[in-house]
Design a binder for this molecule. Structure first.
Ligand code: GAP
Length: 443
């Protein structure tokens, strides 16, 4: 119970910091918000883009056999018939007639009693489809219904042949996509963890079925290593092995990490068999089999998927990074009680280096230095308030390096670089500054 309270407290602090410092705001806030929708402010947008670039670099740019795709959010609705989403992508729900609260039946201990008000007057469970519906064309009737995509992978399957032909890739190869997905989540919760609009980063790897499990293990390890490099070790990351599998799937795991509300799924690695390409072949009438010229045979490729939410990655990183450092007061001789600091990996920190002139008299020199470096890293210039206050401001948004230009800099052509985590200061020559920051960003 004490733990729960502390965790709720941590979540509240994180939500408050995200709003105060411009990471994440409730969408449409001046209209009272919109449940399940979030906007990313200036620092949030920078961090989100950094994560996106990191994933793209790791999954596409550094691999010869993965191609990128950027498909539409709305597409031919038959896709969702073929994928099974229109028939199966639903939750069983029940409403309390008294207090009007709505629940997923599978998440209730006793579906006949309202957990909020204790009433026994619950409606009969009903199916709610999670697909978001819209209309394409001027008439709002059944013929013009379309759906916002519920996952970014379906267009990958649909475009499989076009990508293969255009790139002359042979099996095994993958197609990756980053983009928005929409789900009519009945109960959006835990900040951005379960939203109605979110970004997915998915990669579908097509291979010969006989090698399916080998590639499944390969991608599981690749993805775990990626998170290890982002600082998730065994104390805050674990694997959940699915025992109940979809009939077509051979294996599935979730990579779970610790969020303030407990362990939660960050990424899924799935062996989807030949289900997706077979279904789209069947529904479109286009044969999506692969012709293996080397062995003179046709085969329906098996798919191994890695699927992660960008918003969840950011929430996981922020939760892990949040810290209140009480020892700091003494170290830097400041009078605040606690130093709020985000120990974010430098590669995804919204600002990687902040440039601080010691005095307003040094603004011009410090600004020129900042401008010579800000093309290489995400940088910020800050000249307001005492140096101590500026350090604290940067700590709170997770800036790993603060570069102070002082009066000595005019003579020794060097600056003081202060490390966010150790608070150690180091004198670095201005001509070495770019290499110094680059070498410390890592990955
Ligand atoms: N193509 C497979 C697929 O979409 P999923 O487990 O439904 O599988 C994959 O979703 C990932 O997308 C999840 O691990 C999570 O990171 C993210 N995700 C799913 N639903 C989400 C939601 N409502 N809000 C935020 N992220 C979500």
């Amino acid at each position: 119970m004490a733990d729960e309270a502390t965790n709720q407290e941590l979540m509240d602090k994180l939500v408050s910091l995200c709003k105060r410092r411009g990471f994440v705001f409730p969408s449409s806030e001046i209209y009272g918000g919109f449940n399940g929708f979030w906007d990313y402010g200036p620092y949030g947008a920078r961090m989100k883009r950094a994560i996106e670039n990191l994933w793209w670099h790791e999954m596409v740019e550094t691999r010869d056999n993965i191609e990128g795709l950027d498909s539409t959010i709305i597409a031919n609705p038959t896709i969702w018939k073929a994928s099974g989403h229109l028939d199966q992508f639903s939750d069983l729900m029940t409403d309390c007639k008294k207090c009007k609260a709505r629940y997923r039946v599978d998440q209730m201990e006793d579906p006949t009693t309202c957990p909020a008000c204790g009433s026994k007057e619950m409606t009969e469970p009903r199916e709610f489809n999670l697909m978001m519906k819209t209309f394409v064309g001027p008439v709002f009737d059944d013929e013009h219904v379309a759906y916002l995509r519920a996952e970014t992978c379906q267009p990958i399957f649909v475009d499989f042949n076009s990508v293969r032909v255009a790139t002359r890739q042979k099996l095994p190869f993958g197609i990756a996509q980053i983009g928005k997905a929409f789900r009519n989540e009945i109960n959006p919760r835990n900040f951005t963890f379960r939203s109605r609009e979110f970004t997915q980063m998915e990669m579908e790897f097509f291979c010969d079925g006989e090698e399916g499990m080998k590639w499944f293990e390969y991608w599981k390890e690749q993805r775990l290593n990626y998170y290890r490099k982002l600082g998730f070790d065994d104390s805050c990351m674990r694997i959940y092995v699915h025992e109940k599998l979809a009939h077509y799937a051979k294996a599935a795991i979730d990579i779970e990490v610790k969020f303030p509300f407990g362990w939660g799924e960050l990424e899924g690695v799935h062996h989807r068999g030949t289900w997706d390409l077979s279904r789209h072949s069947e529904f479109s009438g286009v044969d999506l089999q692969y012709l293996d010229h080397d062995n003179n045979r046709k085969l329906m490729p098996t798919v191994i998927e890695t699927s992660v939410g960008l918003d969840r990655t950011m929430l996981a990183l922020l939760s892990k990074a949040y810290d209140e450092d009480t020892a700091a007061t003494k170290k830097e001789g400041k009078d605040e009680d606690v130093r709020v600091v985000l120990h974010l990996p430098p590669l995804v920190a919204p600002i990687q280096a902040a440039f601080l002139p010691q005095s307003k008299k040094l603004t011009e020199n410090a600004y020129a230095l900042y401008k010579s470096i800000d093309r290489y890293f995400r940088c910020e210039f800050d000249e307001t308030g005492s140096i101590g206050k500026r350090y604290r401001r940067q700590d709170e948004i997770g800036t790993p390096f603060c570069v102070t230009f002082d009066f000595d800099s005019l003579n020794d052509n060097a600056v003081t670089v202060r490390d966010r985590d150790t608070m150690q200061q180091e004198r670095v020559g201005i001509t070495q500054l770019r290499d110094y920051i680059e070498s410390r960003i890592g990955f």
